[in-house]
Every structure is written in structure tokens, then in C-alpha cells.
Design a protein around this ligand. Sequence first.
Ligand code: QUE
Length: 356
Amino acid sequence: MPPLTKAEVIVRREGSVGRISLDRPKALHALTQSMCEAISAALLAWRGDPAIEAVLLDHAAGRGFCAGGDVAAVRRSALEDGGAAGRAFFHAEYRMNHLLFAYPKPVAAFMDGVTMGGGVGLALPCRWRVATENTLFAMPEGAIGLFPDVGAGWYLPRLAKQTGGRIGQFLALTGARLDGAECLWAGLATHYLPSDTLAEAKARIAAEPAHAEAILSELSAEPPPARLAGNADRIARLFASDRLEEVIAALAADPSDWAAKELKAVTAKCPASAKVALRQFASPQPDFAAEMAREYRLAARLIMRPDFAEGVRAVLIDKDNAPRWNPASPEDVTEAMVEAIFAPLPEGEEWVPFPA
Ligand code: QUE
């Protein structure tokens, strides 16, 4: 009898590499809990296996690397079971993120298409992060009342200083979409390859994983100019404040068309989410596990706020893109509200990583 549900992740060995391919094409490979668990199980099985030297992470059929997570299911959980299933999803996803971060063997991620939210969490811990002409990268959670999770609070504040140090805040507050060239410029990607060379890159790495670095360099192409680089100074200046009201005021005071467009993007997002993101990025955690434990608190709290159900409704269910946030304006999101979202969870409910 065939299985009732498809696995949605293809796991196999090829020579001395482990291969993991996301296979949920109808949802642009957005992650479900069982996909996270299958990925973690494969990584755990290979972690101490001397026959596996490296891991390749990509998507199987269709477009998109990974569009995020199954937030429609998380929304149903928030409305129907007190958020228990939603928390279980984030617990499994963040364990997978942490496992990749601490993984003792090199992993290559092929960001050949939409790479948002959960897809960013898969790619950023990897030693090699390959962008292509199809890469479309974003942390869009502010549009659904969430926050930049999956380790974004670790990676984004640490991006190269060449970017002016505020690219993370810019990405979080605007949900801006970066192309492959911009990902390379910002340090989000390590290589830029034409997508028609990816099959060759994977086959050659599988044959000679010790030469992965040289193979990726050899197949790399000159990316087009990174448009974002032209706005780096503006981003550093206008996103300099950790106070949302000040960022909005700075954008409003700038005469450029660019600032006007980004002002619209910032003010369309969930105000509570934006304040959570700014506070998160202003206080980087000492280690990655601590960051994931903090993010789990934030996720557990934010999925139960009405803004999350409303944001998913507006973006993914009704698709009217007209969320009604509550509070609707930044001034009404108080310090005490943000503080409460960061508070520790009750004993026994905190996130814990896989044992080392
Ligand atoms: C903001 C988000 C997400 C989003 C759109 C936003 C997000 C997410 C998805 C998504 C997209 C396609 C799917 C799916 C989920 O879209 O987190 O299951 O098929 O996962 O504006 O944060």
C-alpha cells in the first residue's frame, strides 16, 4: 500500500555526501513539522557516520528553495488548540536550525529560488550558501505579526560591517526582498552560481567533497551589480535607531523616493512585531542556543496575539493584504507589552536543543 502522505523531504546518500531535498512544491517547500523532524533525523544519523563527509541541502521539483513555514497550520493551532501544535512546530524547527549551526561537517545550501523565513533558517547556518539568478531572499514575518526568527537574531546583527551595520534592521522592518547578487554583497550568500551549473556543482561535490570550496569557486559567475549597495549609506543612516518611532521619523524626513517607498513598507507591517525585532537585534545573545531559546519564547507569545491570526489571514488566507493591527500605531505598543513578550516561559516549557 502506498503511504497516505508524501514524505515531503527526500533523503539519500550519494557517494560520501548526504543529500536532503525539500519536496513540497505546492507550498514552495515551506516547512512542516514533519519535514523539520525528517531533516533533523537525517542530520543526526550522519553526524557521527564516518562515511559521510558533507551534506547538500536543496529543493527537489519546482520553484522556490523554501518559502517559510506552514504558518496557516500554526494559525489554526492558535485558534483551536491554544497554540500547542504551533509551539511544537517551532520547537522542532529551531532544533533543526541549531543542529545545522552546530553541525560538525560542512553543509552546502542551494538557495535557487524563494528563500524566506524558514528557508533562511536552513541556509544561514551552512558553510556554503549558494545564490543564483533565481534567489529571492527575505525575512517577511513582520507582515504576519511574527518576528525574524530561525536564528535571524544571531545572523543579521552580525552581517559584515561593509553593509553599514543596519542591514538586519532594514530587512526585518521592511521585509525587503534581496536578489542573489544582493545576498552575495551582504554576506548572506558565499557564492553566486548560474542555476544551470548547479547540477554539475552538486555532482562534483558528491564525487569529491573535500574539494567543494574549489568546485564552487570554479563554477562561480560574476553577479550583476547589487542594487542594495547603492542604498547602504541611506540604510545605515535612516535605520540607525533602535526605536521604531525614530526610524519612521527619519524615513519620513528624507526627501528620496527610496525613503518614501521604505516608509510605506515599514508602516504597513505589524508595529508590535517591529518593536520586538528591534529589541531582539539590539541585544544579541552570547551563544546560538540562547538565541534560539529566546526566539522560542517570542514565537510562543506572538502566535497567540491576535496580530498573528490577522496577519496570516491578510497575507495567505484572504490575500487582501489589508491587516488591521492592534495596536495599530507604534506609539501604542508600550515598553511593558514588548517586555512581556520576552519574558521567560514557565518551568518545563522552554526550548531545549538536541544533545551534542
Ligand atoms: C510573511 C511571512 C510568510 C509568508 C508571507 C509573508 C511566511 C510563510 C509564507 C508561506 C508562503 C507560501 C507557502 C507557505 C507559507 O508566506 O512566514 O506555506 O506555501 O511561511 O508576507 O512571514
